[in-house]
Design a protein around this ligand. Structure first.
Ligand code: NAP
Length: 256
């Protein structure tokens, strides 16, 4: 009798629904495309309707199944209401994020609060809202927050940003422990520097670009496409035993 070979679990997402927050730009837009390419029906979310409409038009031209909703993760009550009425979602990718970089000695309380409100508070309650929908529907799911390499190391001018991303890793592990019993996996993706509107200012500073190039062992700056495969993988059944962890897409930054 021939040896029975194991089969690679599928990376396809046909029949799944996905909510991607921060889907109108940068890493979130890439995540939404990756999920749609793998067969998921994707709901794109962000604050600005104009940017969402532009994204939706491009999705439809490609023949991807997609719709859009405007939401602001800083408004927890409204986000919970929207997720509850439009879900349940089998997959969440949360890519909404804010950076207000500057020397720690000069941090203003209002900047601290603004960054915490999006990167930590917003991410926490959004993740919980999607989990609530899944738990009441009795469905499994994969919840992914776009964290950062700065969740694992510090960075100059990044005390607040890095603190919020370390915190995301903390709630990810705790939620993974609590929701494993429901088949809900919770993970983060931790990218290095990726060229997007968020990082435009950093890339205009030659000193910072030199810093990046010294640290990224793979020898180039990251691009949105570098994160897309990680999103598909963590969302799929191929990552069925992966929960409470961080997938670093950092070109080796945090290895040294
Ligand atoms: P980006 O290009 O500026 O895109 C941010 C997206 O989030 C946009 O769609 C934006 O649309 C949406 N958004 C912002 N605030 C929101 C809010 N309060 N509620 C809902 N949506 C909101 O940024 P990015 O570079 O792709 O970054 C995405 C995530 O990756 C962030 O969490 C960032 O910290 C993380 N990250 C980025 C890098 C990098 O180098 N780019 C590296 C590591 C980690 P609206 O403005 O219309 O809401």
């Amino acid at each position: 009798m021939a040896l029975s070979l194991p089969r690679t679990p599928s990376l396809r997402l046909d029949g799944k629904t996905a909510l991607v927050v921060g889907a109108s730009s940068g890493i979130g837009l890439g995540a939404a495309v990756a999920l749609a390419e793998a067969g998921a029906r994707v709901t794109l979310a962000a604050r600005s309707n104009d940017k969402l409409n532009e994204a939706i038009e491009a999705f439809r031209l490609q023949g991807y199944a997609a719709d859009a909703i405007a939401l602001d993760v800083a408004d927890v009550a409204s986000t919970e209401e929207i997720v509850s009425s439009s879900g349940p979602f089998n997959i969440l990718v949360n890519s909404a994020g804010l950076a207000r970089h500057g020397p720690a000695i000069e941090t203003r309380a209002e900047d601290f609060d603004a960054v915490v409100s999006i990167n930590l508070r917003g991410a926490y309650f959004l993740t919980r809202a999607v989990a609530k929908g899944l738990i009441s529907a009795g469905k499994p799911g994969s919840l992914i927050n776009i964290s950062s390499q700065m969740a694992h190391v510090g960075g100059i001018d990044r005390a607040v940003y890095s603190a919020t991303k370390h915190a995301v890793e903390g709630f990810t592990k705790s939620m993974a422990i609590e929701w494993g019993q429901y088949g809900i996996r919770v993970n983060t993706i931790c990218p290095t520097f990726i060229r997007t509107p968020l990082t435009e200012q950093t890339f205009s500073n030659p000193e910072r670009v030199k810093w990046m190039m010294d640290k990224i062992k793979i020898g180039r700056i990251g691009q949105v496409e570098d994160v897309m495969g990680a999103v598909t993988y963590l969302a799929s059944d191929a990552a069925g035993m992966i929960t409470g962890t961080a997938l670093r897409v950092d070109g080796g930054w945090t290895a040294s």
